[in-house]
Design a protein around this ligand. Sequence first.
Ligand code: HEC
Length: 175
Amino acid sequence: MVLLLLLKQDIKKILLTIIFYLLSIFFIENFSLSSNNKKTETSFKKGISIYKKANCSSCHFWHAEGGNSHGGAAASLRTTDLSYKELLKIIKCGRLGTNMPYFSRNALNSDDCMYSKKPVKELEEITLKGSKLLNSNEIKSLAKFIENEIKNKPLTKKYCLEFFKREENCNKYHD
Ligand code: HEC
């Protein structure tokens, strides 16, 4: 009899532990999911605003698919196969001998860009400077944004709306 009672208590404990365990998994999952979504949302908005601020769209167009512009044939950022590191470098340093400008203030004397062997005066003639330079945090956010939201991604209504903030420009896109 006593043994049975003890067993009953144990089962109660075990059941309670299982319920507690399941509940905590549920809360942790939901909480981290919603904070992850928020983070993605913020970096999406931030990415587009830097893309607009630096005027990348003047050559790669608002949709980032590239095409012919005053800057020559700008590559599509949607079909690029550059890695995050390579994206970071090209935004920082530009691409010598093409119309892709540099956007880091330190591009001409930074070792990262490997331009530093030549005198700055000479470099100024063979490089193109972005019309609006970006700081290193902005460059990182922009490279991450291209890596996560543009590269290998279709053009979406969400992107269009965030870029133009006008429904009538984006009617033909569907998410
Ligand atoms: C003045 C025009 C112009 C502007 C402004 C410009 N780009 Fe470019 N970009 C180009 C051209 C042209 C190329 C192609 C270079 C080549 O032929 O290799 C290019 C190439 C690139 C590439 C390499 C893609 C690949 O797969 O090789 C990336 C990434 C890129 N641009 C990102 C940007 C970002 C981000 C901005 C804004 C911060 C920007 N560009 C602003 C003209 C421009």
